[in-house]
Design a protein around this ligand. Structure first.
Ligand code: PEP
Ligand code: MG
Length: 532
């Protein structure tokens, strides 16, 4: 018996099964390249083959549809051609362009966006495989109940393995925000990531225990360890079934209804959340529409998405957050200048108020969608009352336009504010008088209150949502909302943490907006809270 350990808590389940170690084709780096024209020709042929493969795969899988869009983007082609133009071989140019794009996405603070670094690696792995002779499926030979062991697992790998048949993943690279962890959480699979070189100790066919909660992999366990894990596995399975039943019910705290909604970034996310038992969408991150496109989405395109999301909610609330870009989320076609302190710079509502026409296109689309469901609008990164007043004035202008055009919309659409800056907490009383609801964004609130960048490992001990100052800010916000009679929800990551449930309920929170994978767990925890 041997044990491997990481500090990453990737998901909350355990698995016992046979190891399947993935071996990959190696790609050859040709440093002595041909002429520039020959290398351009080699790259173009490999890119075209990749696009042709993705076109076929995209018909049955959304991951590949997203890859097809990125692979067809001029930005990808141009960034490789630029390296070839400065003397690199096609393979070297792909590797350099890949590193640039991966670094750009990986630096982003948002889980969804940083996970897109994996998509970039994945697309380039395909192009590079095509450059060196073709793509093979590394998962041939995987058996029912296997645990996949690999240096790294990318989004397209997830599409090649039958997630219903395997038990979990073990990887050398990766963090909690890697695509593999997101998939593990969404499919209740075990995962231990970031094991580094230790992973080389695992061979195909060996028995593994993968304990995601402890970041532990046991190779060839002795019978005592195996027995204790078999019992834990059975208990966890029973608990999961119980949670799933509660997920489809309405939960209460001390006789009062508590809504457990979900966060979403696409119509598919909304549908999955509702299926998982979510009582609506407490945060629809509209920026994905802008980031997944090479031009600003039109009012019509936005209306299509927002109204489809509203329909998918089947009468439950859909809270659409207006564009939250800037900071770590760059939209290349908007041509923003780089800033010294992007998180303290031109982002979110500040951008929307300065780019009023773009803001209007979005607000008109949201208003139109409000005629097909319980759609609400929410403004991100508000720091002054004036910002809210100004945003509401633009909203009123859009309503008046739609009315004059005879276009259906909800004139009384509910308006909310994200409380994610210390300033918003301190003026919550005044904001509450001017809006219908709050949503506490702890992801940003923690970093602004503690002055600790959440991506900076050296200050990670300070990036703590349980810090006294943060807890006090949360309480102040809820108190202001309760006093003014406006709804208060929480859509930051803290809402998905079952250890925080009791504290939040006692502070008066009655609305949570969580990751889809946490809906069942949070509803269950609410029903089991000691003070309930
Ligand atoms: C937050 O800051 O808590 C939040 C939900 O917004 P985002 O993570 O999208 O910045
Ligand atoms: Mg935020």
């Amino acid at each position: 018996m041997k044990s491997l350990q990481t500090s990453v808590r990737a998901s909350d389940t355990i698995a016992i099964g046979r190891a399947f170690v993935v071996t990959r084709q190696s790609t050859t780096v040709v440093a002595n390249c041909g002429s520039e024209a020959e290398e351009i020709e080699r790259f173009t042929t490999a890119l075209d083959s990749s696009i042709a493969q993705l076109e076929v795969l995209a018909e049955s899988n959304d991951i590949f549809a997203a890859h097809l869009e990125i692979a067809s983007d001029e930005m990808l082609r141009d960034s490789v051609l630029e390296y070839i133009g400065s003397g690199s071989s096609a393979m070297e140019a792909c590797q350099s362009a890949c590193s640039d794009l991966v670094a750009m996405f990986a630096a982003m603070d948002d889980e969804y966006l940083s996970a897109r670094a994996d998509d970039i690696k994945d697309i380039f792995a395909r192009i590079e495989a095509n450059l060196s002779g073709g793509v093979v499926n590394p998962f041939e030979g995987v058996k029912q109940g296997d645990i996949i062991v690999a240096k790294e697992l990318l989004p397209s790998d997830m599409a090649l393995v039958d997630l219903g048949a395997i038990r979990g993943f073990v990887t050398a690279l990766g963090s909690t925000t890697s695509h593999v962890c997101i998939m593990a959480r969404n499919h209740s699979l075990a995962a231990v990531v970031g094991l580094g070189e230790q992973i080389n100790q695992i061979a195909t066919g060996e028995m593994l225990i993968v304990d995601s909660m402890e970041g532990l992999v046991v190779i060839n366990p002795d019978s005592q360890t195996l027995d204790s894990y078999l019992v834990r596995e059975l208990n966890l399975e029973a608990l999961r079934k119980e949670q799933q039943t509660v997920a489809q019910q309405t939960v209460e705290y001390q006789g009062e209804k508590v809504a457990v909604m979900a966060n979403a970034g696409s119509v598919e996310d909304v549908a999955k959340a509702i299926e998982a038992g979510a009582d609506g969408i407490g945060l629809f991150r509209s920026e994905f529409l802008y980031l997944n496109s090479s031009v600003e989405p039109t009012e019509e395109q936005q209306y299509e998405v927002y109204s489809a999301a509203a329909r998918a909610c089947e009468g439950r609330p859909l809270t659409i957050r207006t564009l939250d870009i800037g900071g770590d989320k760059a939209v290349p076609y908007l041509g923003f200048e780089s800033e010294e302190n992007p998180f303290l710079g031109w982002r979110a509502i500040r951008v929307s108020l300065d780019m009023e026409q773009m803001f209007c296109r979005q607000l008109r689309a949201i208003l139109r969608a409000s005629s097909v469901g319980d759609v609400r609008v929410m403004f991100p990164m508000v720091t002054t009352l004036e910002e809210l007043t100004e945003a509401k004035q633009v909203l009123e202008k859009c309503k008046a336009e739609l009315k004059a055009e005879g276009v259906a919309h909800n004139e009384n659409i509910r308006v909310g504010v994200m409380i994610e800056t210390p300033a918003a907490v301190l003026i919550a009383d005044s904001l509450a008088e001017q809006c219908d609801f709050f949503s506490i964004g702890t992801n940003d609130l923690v970093q602004y209150i503690m002055a600790a960048d959440r991506a900076n490992i050296k200050v990670s001990h300070l990036y703590n949502p349980y810090s006294a100052a943060v807890v006090k800010a949360i309480k102040m916000t809820i108190d202001s909302a309760v006093k003014a009679g406006v709804e208060c929800s929480m859509c930051g990551e803290l809402a998905s943490d079952s250890s925080a449930v009791e504290m939040l309920l006692e502070a008066g929170l009655r609305k949570f907006s969580v990751n889809t994978g946490s809906v069942a767990k949070i509803k269950y925890t609410i029903t089991k809270t000691k003070t309930n």
